[in-house]
Design a protein around this ligand. Structure first.
Ligand SMILES: [Zn+2]
Length: 132
């Protein structure tokens, strides 16, 4: 399944496999990051993740803890969004529509996909959408 559609895509099977592998690696990394964050949220000590510096015995320690907590929520949101982007990019690879703009159905430039492998729209449509 899907293989028949590959010829409609801007990518050959080998290039798509490479992209898919990269996306899967990225997905694994994000899942791991989310797990690490969840662990932080439950206030378990985990010194393996040193994304945040250790705070001393300062009076404003609580405030720092709160801002660290909301930073985690923001990070979690960003990670979840990236995960969603990756999932849908993987689905598009399966369907043979990867690299095709979802708005105008034209191929997305290879340059754009290199910079943003999860892009689902071409630069022109993206720019138009942002202008609205
Ligand atoms: Zn487009």
């Amino acid at each position: 399944m899907g293989e028949n559609n590959l010829k409609n895509s801007a990518f050959n099977a080998t290039a798509l496999r490479k992209i898919k592998t990269d996306l899967l690696i990225k997905k694994d990394q994000i899942m791991k990051d989310l797990t690490d964050l969840a662990r932080k949220d439950s206030h378990e000590t985990d010194n393996r993740t040193t994304a945040f510096p250790e705070y001393g015995d300062k009076p404003d320690e609580n405030a720092q803890e709160i801002s660290e907590y909301s930073a985690n929520i923001v990070t979690e949101k960003v990670l979840e969004d990236s995960l969603e982007d990756i999932e849908s990019a993987l689905k598009r690879i399966e369907k043979g529509t990867y690299g095709i703009c979802k708005y105008c159905q034209k191929p997305i430039s290879a340059k754009r996909l290199q910079a943003r492998p999860t892009a689902s729209s071409c630069v022109a449509c993206k720019t138009e959408l942002q202008a609205e």
